[in-house]
Design a protein around this ligand. Sequence first.
Ligand SMILES: Nc1nc2c(ncn2[C@@H]2O[C@H](COP(=O)(O)OP(=O)(O)O)[C@@H](O)[C@H]2O)c(=O)[nH]1
Ligand SMILES: [Mg+2]
Length: 215
Amino acid sequence: MEIKVLKDILSANDQIAERNRALLLAKKVTVLNVMSSPGSGKTSLILETIRALKGRVRIAVIEGDIASTIDAQKVGQEKVPVVQINTGGECHLEAGQVGRALDSLPLDQTDLVLIENVGNLVCPGEFRLGEDKKVVILSVPEGDDKVHKYPLLFTMADAVVITKIDLLPYTRFDVPAFLQAIGGMNPQARVFQVSCTSGEGLGEWVEWVTSVIRK
Ligand SMILES: Nc1nc2c(ncn2[C@@H]2O[C@H](COP(=O)(O)OP(=O)(O)O)[C@@H](O)[C@H]2O)c(=O)[nH]1
Ligand SMILES: [Mg+2]
């Protein structure tokens, strides 16, 4: 019985995700759904991406958090349109919330929407939002084994970003082991290694973002 209810929720979500997708295609807007556990560096990567593409790509941001407007305020300081969604306890964003957020963004003047999903390495993977690409972040302090412990998101990812590589000398994060694991479970995924503190690897990441924007 419970399984049937879950199926109904998912299919209802998928229908709304399709509607979001149709709107975004009509408006020629590309969407990246950025997912990771709390604190791995989603907001930092979004801020660096905005700064790198300023004047070249018109970016808007949807911030998903259980509570607060802290991340939306940080993004707003970069002078880009931003909407904060507070889920009030839910561990993921749903397509309906994103649809309402899209309605309040200036899509005719937008090339790229970056969605920061709620910090969680499991639940966001089960809810399509209408996005073009799924980006999954894992930060060095979290450990390379998380790819095995939370395979769903890593299997779905179009891009996997290892962040905080400036901390590699202080941890036992095994980059070759991580790359091998990703290569085994999702060989299509592009993998990036970046530090938002030193700027290392950001160029390659930004180049990929630019390459996936709908022309
Ligand atoms: N050393 C280091 N710290 C980082 C890096 N990226 C983010 N952080 C820090 O990690 C913490 C969480 O980052 P944040 O972007 O808010 O993560 P979010 O919760 O996933 O949005 C903050 O204190 C950031 O300054 C990085 O590349 N290197
Ligand atoms: Mg954040």
